[in-house]
Design a protein around this ligand. Structure first.
Ligand code: 5GP
Ligand code: ZN
Length: 113
């Protein structure tokens, strides 16, 4: 039972990588929902946000730092963008390896669907 995002992080599956460091990767979403739609993924496998432990606090903070850098690089930081982490099926989570969605480049609506 392979994990899709572990495989992308380990370069066993192709993706349009836009960022990598020792803790995380970021790549373009395969089915973008906005002009900018990237995913920030920790190299450590954590299946849902419910499984984030105290030992992961710095790692999760790092995911936000990476997302902020990408938002600035893509020119959407000042206009505004949305960071989303779905948890479990009713939220829409389909890949059970945590990831931050970065969505931007258009007006976002609230409440989300
Ligand atoms: P979730 O629904 O779990 O919050 O988000 C999963 C996201 O991963 C979706 O936006 C989906 O389009 C994206 N995705 C699923 N499979 C792949 C893939 O193989 N490659 C890439 N780049 N994105 C994927
Ligand atoms: Zn994984």
């Amino acid at each position: 039972m392979g994990c899709l995002f572990c495989e992308i992080a380990e370069k066993k599956r192709p993706a349009k990588l836009i960022y990598e460091d020792e803790l995380a990767v970021a790549f373009e979403d395969i089915n973008p929902q906005a002009p900018v739609h990237c995913l920030v993924v920790p190299k450590k496998h954590i299946s849902t946000s419910l499984e984030i432990g105290k030992e992961d606090n710095a790692l999760v903070g790092h995911l936000f730092q990476v997302a902020n850098k990408i938002a600035k690089d893509r020119g959407i930081a000042e206009r505004g963008f949305r960071l989303v982490m779905n948890c479990n099926p009713e939220s829409g989570q389909t890949v059970f390896h945590i990831h931050l969605h970065i969505l931007g480049g258009r007006i976002m609506h609230w409440p989300p669907g």
